[in-house]
Design a protein around this ligand. Sequence first.
Ligand code: AMP
Length: 184
Amino acid sequence: MAKRLIFLGPPGAGKGTQAQVLSENHQIPHISTGDILRAAVTNQTPLGKQAKDYMDRGELVPDALILSLIQDRLSYEDAGNGWILDGFPRNVNQAVFLEKLLSELNQSADCVLNLEVPDEVLVERLLTRKRKDDNESTIRRRLEVYHQDTVPVINFYQDKETLQTIDGNKSMEEVSESLSAAIA
Ligand code: AMP
């Protein structure tokens, strides 16, 4: 089975939940830039202090903060044998950076998984999730940012045979099954 996975998809598509399941089943680290940033905000680290306002507004955090974070995280020992990236890359510049970083590490992604869910379903899901950045105006902004900055990342990977699009508008179990089949 594929060991280096990139999860793409809008906020609320279920990337985090599905990535966590795969991470446990396959014993590979789940690397969520959103989780890392939220921990940094909670712990009031320099990174957290710089990231907080962007996150509260539903904007992307500047690449300068994210790129060094991901470079560090992929160099940890536990990432040597595989990983699941969730929430990164979020724009084409990050995707280009990742390609370069992986080639320096003599690695490449085995599979890019694109979880597709219609916007109206996402808004419903996010409104019931109750995270701090899950109020309606921030949700709308996060979806706009997704369409503007992250959809081009799908096109970036589309030319490569590694991209697989999965219907995320199904039950959690059904989506898990589709994902397992896609990476088998
Ligand atoms: P997420 O949990 O992936 O939805 O991320 C929550 C928030 O963290 C996003 O709305 C962004 O503000 C920030 N964030 C997470 N990942 C990235 C990234 N790769 N690039 C820029 N900002 C990010």
